[in-house]
Ligand binder design. Structure first.
Ligand code: SAH
Length: 192
């Protein structure tokens, strides 16, 4: 069966993330992806997570502690647009994931926004390891969602193909704005 965007995002991460890697969860939310990544990076790796909602950070931190994975994670109660300030300039990121939109069962007006999402993506592109991937799952069915989707799609379409591969994955016959998964991969060798 073709995989949902959520499952496929995990597959794309699992394919490249190895024990010892440094990775980023740009939208911690319920902590599901943070836990998944913390498992992949092992005890020598590290996950840096961001969310502007304190509640999301607190509950995720608790889940990580219960799973015994807290020591390999650092969660910031601040926007992902600060990623370049937080990560040392020499840090190489193997993978990053962003789930855009609002947090389900929470305040629908607290959403990711084009301006800050693009700052985060722009900051991460040069930090990405060769063969590394940035996954962006775009949910856009909510108020303000279309503006962000259009901005992100325009941005990723313009990423130079010489250095990066960019994939778009979506069930195009589904109702109700099925999410779009974008995968950005840094190529192994720069090609003309
Ligand atoms: N729509 C997805 C979940 C998105 S959760 C789904 O249905 O599965 C998006 C998360 O991003 C929320 O927890 C929200 O608080 C967070 N967020 C919003 N703006 C942010 C920013 N600038 N930096 C980091 N996180 C942000």
């Amino acid at each position: 069966m073709l995989q949902t965007a959520l499952h496929y995002s995990h597959q794309l991460l699992r394919d490249v993330v190895l024990p010892g890697d440094t990775v980023v969860d740009g939208t911690v939310g319920n902590g599901h992806d943070t836990l998944f990544l913390a498992d992949l990076v092992g005890s020598q790796g590290h996950v840096y997570g961001f969310d502007i909602q304190g509640q999301a950070i607190d509950t995720s931190r608790q889940k990580l502690t219960e799973a015994g994975l807290a020591s390999r994670t650092t969660l910031f109660h601040q926007g992902h647009e600060t990623v370049a300030q937080v990560l040392n300039s020499e840090v190489i990121v193997k993978a990053a994931i962003f789930n855009l939109g609002y947090l389900p069962k929470s305040d629908k007006t607290i959403i990711t926004r084009k301006e800050t999402t693009l700052v985060a993506l722009t900051s991460l592109l040069p930090k990405l390891a060769v063969g590394g991937r940035i996954i962006v799952v775009i949910y856009y069915g909510h108020e303000g969602g279309d503006t962000e989707k259009d901005g992100v799609m325009a941005f990723v379409k313009d990423i130079p193909q010489r250095e990066y591969n960019v994939l778009s994955y979506q069930f195009i016959n589904q109702q109700n704005n099925p999410p779009i998964l974008i995968a950005i991969e840094r190529k192994k060798t720069s090609q003309p």
